[in-house]
Design a protein around this ligand. Structure first.
Ligand SMILES: Nc1ncnc2c1ncn2[C@@H]1O[C@H](COP(=O)(O)OP(=O)(O)OP(=O)(O)O)[C@@H](O)[C@H]1O
Ligand SMILES: [Mg+2]
Length: 244
């Protein structure tokens, strides 16, 4: 997205002063120490930073799967913690797609059935879900694996199934935790191209955690985290200069 297009679209994600601690034997350990972050509709935002700095924790809070201790966090203008459990689940199912760091595929379902799950949960018929699942599997290069069990796929193939499942219902916010970590360069680029195309064509917002410098050019902005805070937000070109 160009800077002007981003500036004219609505805010899809807004975090202000988000905090979260985890309990330990030595007392609570702060992991998110006041996260300020926003993303616009159709924006591709990368989240980078050292291992343990809180990236996955932040994604999980944004996705509404983990409660924050303090601060504000809204997705599409809605605070999931202000909803009751059922409303929050409905909201997530309709609007948020996840690619987890571990792929979390359901081993007893086929590849196409795994990808169909978000559609079925949103009320699509089996036949329509199957058709859309096949189309999105083809777009990630797995048309011939639809009827396989996930356990018979390589790590990279399972990662692409997880991505297909996250995007099949074109959710308005897609959060991805290291979506290219198990992919070679060519497949990693292909997956990012696909994700960015979704952002461009459907206006989906992407928040992508990555360690993979080779895909930085697919971001509109890169937010750098360190020790539970966002310490810098830059364009890919600026980030490349910082890294030199
Ligand atoms: N459920 C939990 N209980 C206790 N501590 C946790 C929990 N989840 C995460 N942590 C701790 O919070 C810190 C941040 O973890 P997180 O998974 O968010 O890091 P990350 O930036 O995603 O790292 P990586 O790049 O290695 O995936 C770590 O020190 C981790 O041990
Ligand atoms: Mg992580």
């Amino acid at each position: 997205m160009s800077a002007s297009a981003a500036a004219s679209s609505a805010t899809a994600l807004r975090c202000v002063g988000v905090t979260r601690s985890f309990a330990s034997s030595a007392g609570p350990v702060p992991v998110l120490r006041g996260i300020d972050l926003d993303a616009r509709e159709g924006e591709v935002l990368f989240l980078v930073g050292p291992s343990g700095c809180g990236k996955t924790t932040l994604l999980t809070v944004i996705a509404g799967l983990l409660r924050r201790d303090g601060g504000e966090c809204s997705v599409l203008g809605e605070d999931q913690e202000a909803m009751d459990k059922g409303q929050a689940a409905d909201f997530r199912r309709a609007n948020i797609g996840f690619v987890f760091q571990a792929y979390n595929l359901i081993p007893t379902l086929s590849v196409a059935e795994n990808v169909s799950v978000p559609l079925l949960l949103n009320g699509r018929s089996w036949a329509a879900a199957r058709r859309d699942a096949e189309a999105v599997l083809a777009s990630v290069g797995l048309a011939d694996k639809a009827d396989e069990s996930p356990s018979r796929l390589s790590g990279g193939q399972q990662q692409r199934v997880a991505i297909a499942r996250a995007i099949v219902h074109a959710p308005r916010l897609i959060v991805c935790d290291e979506p290219t970590s198990a992919l070679d360069h060519k497949n990693g680029e292909e997956v990012m191209r696909l994700l960015r195309q979704l952002a461009r064509e459907k206006g989906s917002t992407l928040v992508v955690v990555t360690h993979d410098h080779r895909i930085y050019d697919y971001a509109d902005r890169i937010a750098e985290m360190d020790d539970g805070r966002v310490v810098r937000i830059s364009t890919p070109a600026e980030a490349a200069r910082h890294d030199q």
